[in-house]
Design a protein around this ligand. Structure first.
Ligand SMILES: NC(=O)c1ccc[n+]([C@@H]2O[C@H](COP(=O)([O-])OP(=O)(O)OC[C@H]3O[C@@H](n4cnc5c(N)ncnc54)[C@H](OP(=O)(O)O)[C@@H]3O)[C@@H](O)[C@H]2O)c1
Length: 276
């Protein structure tokens, strides 16, 4: 089976291509701009994949607040273009969405049927992107909402924490945001297998369990063998242009949704890659 991966240079794209080996055709941003409908159609037509993993997206959550047009093109319009191309060649589509579609008012894990209410423009675009893909190619689209994704190389929270720990003995990390840290290396294989396992629609797949950002940072530092002290802080100490949900832990209400290992297992697996 041939699988086309958009956003091949990103965290999820890279992990998927490692998993796919020869079966994967990865197109990086420079090779395919997913906001260009004609280019998307031409690429899909050329490769005729059976499955498309649409891992390209605008992921700069704060930047989306100021460049709303750019974020909309990349997260909403592109989803429509990719879904239309998938439909045209009879391919199945797995596209990614986010825990940031929720407002964070809940205090137990968010399920697929819970009411959405994005706090940020990024969350808004991802929600509209979900709908665009599902409306365009309803029989062949799987939307996977995931959360707090990281890998060994990307621009992500664990790498930020490790960088800060190089020059500081104590770090202050927010403990009023809880979520589901998700290792891309664990997520990617499940994304690729999903269309063979469950009907089309929305699924929540993220590292199991719940973590505050402080707990996540502590786990990263412990796995990296660092003795840095982590103190708890509140989000108001670190103002950002985009508002994040205070609580956005994900779980699935469907018994057949594949489950990822506990988030701490993901941290340890990823850190093994860091220190190797
Ligand atoms: N990262 C998270 O914490 C997180 C959480 C929940 C959901 N998600 C979702 O999971 C998916 C994958 O995220 P990720 O962590 O792998 O993100 P990532 O590492 O930022 O990768 C996204 C990739 O998309 C590319 N891209 C951006 N605009 C593009 C365009 N117009 N055409 C083609 N490629 C474009 C980027 O290339 P350039 O860098 O060259 O622009 C980058 O390589 C996204 O849908 C994201 O919204 C991520």
């Amino acid at each position: 089976m041939t699988v086309l991966v958009t956003g091949a240079g990103g965290q999820v794209g890279r992990a998927a291509l490692r998993e796919l080996g020869d079966r994967g055709i990865g197109l990086r941003h420079a090779e395919l701009d997913v906001t260009d409908a004609a280019a998307v159609m031409a690429a899909v037509d050329e490769h005729h994949p059976e499955l498309i993993l649409h891992a390209a997206a605008w992921t700069d959550v704060d930047g989306a607040e100021t460049d709303r047009e750019g974020a909309t093109r990349a997260n909403v319009d592109a989803n429509r273009h990719v879904a239309a191309a998938a439909k045209a060649v009879g391919a199945r589509l797995v596209t990614l969405s986010t825990d940031f579609v929720f407002d964070g008012a809940k205090r137990e894990p968010y399920l697929e049927s819970d009411a959405v209410g994005p706090l940020s423009f990024y969350g808004e675009t991802k929600l509209l992107g979900e709908r665009a893909a599902l409306e365009t190619h309803p029989e062949g689209t799987w939307v996977v909402r995931t959360a707090w994704v990281y890998d060994e190389e990307g621009t992500n929270f664990p790498r930020l924490i490790l960088r800060l720990a190089e020059t500081r003995d104590t770090l202050r990390v927010v403990e009023d945001q809880s979520g589901s840290p998700t290792y891309a290396g664990h997520l990617a294989p499940l994304l690729l297998a999903l269309p063979d396992q469950v009907p089309p629609g929305i699924r929540h797949i993220a590292g199991s369990g719940a973590a505050t950002r402080r707990e996540w940072a502590e786990a990263v530092l412990a796995a990296a063998g660092r003795s840095t002290v982590v103190e708890g802080a509140t989000s108001d100490e670190f103002p950002t242009p985009a508002q994040r949900p205070a609580y956005s832990v994900l779980a699935s209400e469907h018994a057949d949704t594949p489950v990822l290992p506990p988030w701490r297992v993901g941290v340890e697996a990823c850190m093994a890659g860091f220190v190797a």
